[in-house]
Write a protein that binds this ligand. Structure first.
Ligand code: ADP
Ligand code: MG
Length: 462
């Protein structure tokens, strides 16, 4: 019928606009490299903030003692304690707890959010058992993983530049997040010092390096997306401090804010962006990360319902609710292997209240999942190629046996198998003969351990 061919026309056009041939991905990678240079050259020189982390040494394996970590940066936050045993014993014992953040606190007040976190941290400290040892008269120390853009001023201080990923607490912007957390820790009567402020990419890089000395970069694919890597300090023109002894400086790219005319943006991406909490920002993130993939799918399905009566004469009301269709729903539909696509059918029914969908309709939904996730995965691979190019590690060099390991983490990478496979496959394609020297390693929750390790190496008792 006319409606069906109209729906197919929308699908086909969307597919074309989302196209990511290798030539385009190379342009994206080159643009990423160019922006990296610009962001390192001067403050505000690029959409890529290329934030100096003040981490100039990564863990060695010698770290010792009891350390805490707190990971805030998405829908959940985690608290963790770890007993580090030094060179021969590494992680002797670790425990963690995960708490979800009430949505009202994500858009409320600074004190509201930080009090909630400090309270949970205090409860967790109260459960510390005999397997953990704090030497007498010592303060507990914490690595604070705060995964939003922060202008660091030292290893343990930094001002929030802006919120992302659905957080919006205006009064906190510009404030030192360590001071805010410290005040809340005092308010709840906990005796603890924040020894290091990092974000999840830096934590993952540190945790990854602890278990593998070849780790040179870390990428997060979770609610949001970001990357960090080890740069040579002399290659950072905007750094006016002393050159660190190690010669290295870890850079938090904040690559979620990357944008380029080479990105295959569609009208749906533009609509999503316009209606987001942060229009015009985090454009790369909005095409790649877990917060947005399901939402892109909803926006396209909504258009097909409105313009081609894809789900019948009326537009299903739930389809108009922003963010109702989450990436885990999309992933479940995409991985449906049943012959009648019954998972797709049940998700459409349970989440969007669209019942009795035909197999033909379900197949189109799966095709959309494929287009959206494939594009996101391939763009993430292009971003990684950009980093490797910046470091000169994207090609084989005569006589060199250099191995580069990239630590990956985040719920999207971990759980969305088709996304992960497409990302890894695309990186291989892009690297060609050099792909043998590049390894992607899943750093399972390395960020928490990484933050604790950085707290250890910046302890007041060293
Ligand atoms: P965060 O990024 O919030 O710190 P995670 O790294 O755990 O936390 O990532 C959580 C995100 O991962 C979710 O917001 C969701 O987008 C994505 N995710 C979680 N489970 C799945 C899944 N089964 N399939 C696809 N994406 C998932
Ligand atoms: Mg996280």
């Amino acid at each position: 019928s006319g409606r069906w061919s109209q729906a197919m026309a929308i699908l086909k056009e969307f597919e074309e606009k989302c196209g990511t041939p290798l030539s385009k991905l190379r342009q994206v990678a080159d643009a990423m490299t160019v922006e990296m240079h610009a962001g390192l050259a001067s403050e505000g020189g690029s959409k890529l903030k290329m934030i100096i982390s003040y981490v100039d040494n990564l863990p060695t394996g010698d770290e010792k003692g009891l350390f805490y970590a707190l990971d805030l940066g998405g829908t959940n936050f985690r608290v963790l304690r770890v007993q580090l045993g030094g060179r021969d014993n590494h992680v002797v014992k670790q425990e963690f707890d995960e708490v979800s953040i009430p949505p009202n606190l994500m858009i409320g007040t600074s004190d509201g959010l930080f009090d909630f976190i400090a309270e949970a941290l205090k409860k967790f400290v109260d459960t510390e058992g005999k397997d953990f040892h704090l030497p007498p008269d010592r303060q507990r120390e914490l690595g604070f993983t705060f995964s939003f853009p922060v202008k660091q001023t030292s290893i343990a201080s930094g001002a929030l530049i802006k919120w992302t990923k659905g957080f919006s607490i205006e009064e906190a912007v510009g404030q030192d997040v360590v001071a805010e957390l410290t005040k809340a820790i005092e308010r709840v009567g906990l005796d603890m010092r924040v020894a290091a402020l990092v974000n999840d990419t830096i934590g993952t890089l540190a945790g990854g390096r602890y278990s593998n000395p070849d780790v040179i970069a870390a990428v997060i694919l979770g609610t949001g997306t970001n990357a960090a890597y080890v740069e040579r300090a002399h290659a950072i023109p905007k750094w006016h401090g002393l050159l660190p002894k190690s010669g290295d400086m870890v850079i938090n790219m904040e690559w979620g804010n990357f944008r380029s005319s080479h990105l295959p943006q569609t009208e749906y991406d533009q609509a999503l962006d316009a209606e987001s909490l942060n229009p015009g920002e985090q454009i790369f993130e909005k095409m790649i990360s877990g917060m947005y993939l399901g939402e892109i799918l909803r926006v396209v399905l909504c258009k097909m319902a409105e313009e081609a009566a894809f789900f019948g004469d009326t537009v299903p009301p739930k389809l108009k609710v922003p963010f109702i269709l989450r990436t885990p729903h999309m992933s479940a539909m995409h991985h449906d292997t049943s012959s009648d696509l019954r998972v797709v059918g049940s998700k459409l029914k349970d989440v969007l209240e669209i019942s009795n969908t035909s197999l033909k309709t379900r197949k189109v939904v799966v095709e959309l999942c494929d287009i959206i996730s494939f594009r996101g995965a391939r763009l993430a691979a292009a971003g990684i190629l950009g980093i490797l190019k910046k470091l000169g590690r994207d090609t084989l060099r005569e006589g060199e046996k250099q191995r580069s390991v990239i630590a990956l983490d985040g719920g999207l990478y971990e759980h969305y198998t088709k996304f992960r496979n497409a990302m890894e496959g695309t990186l291989k394609e892009l690297l060609g003969e050099a792909s043998g020297t590049i390894v992607i390693e899943h750093s399972n929750d390395g960020s928490g351990i990484g933050a604790a390790l950085l707290a250890a190496s910046h302890s007041q008792y060293l």
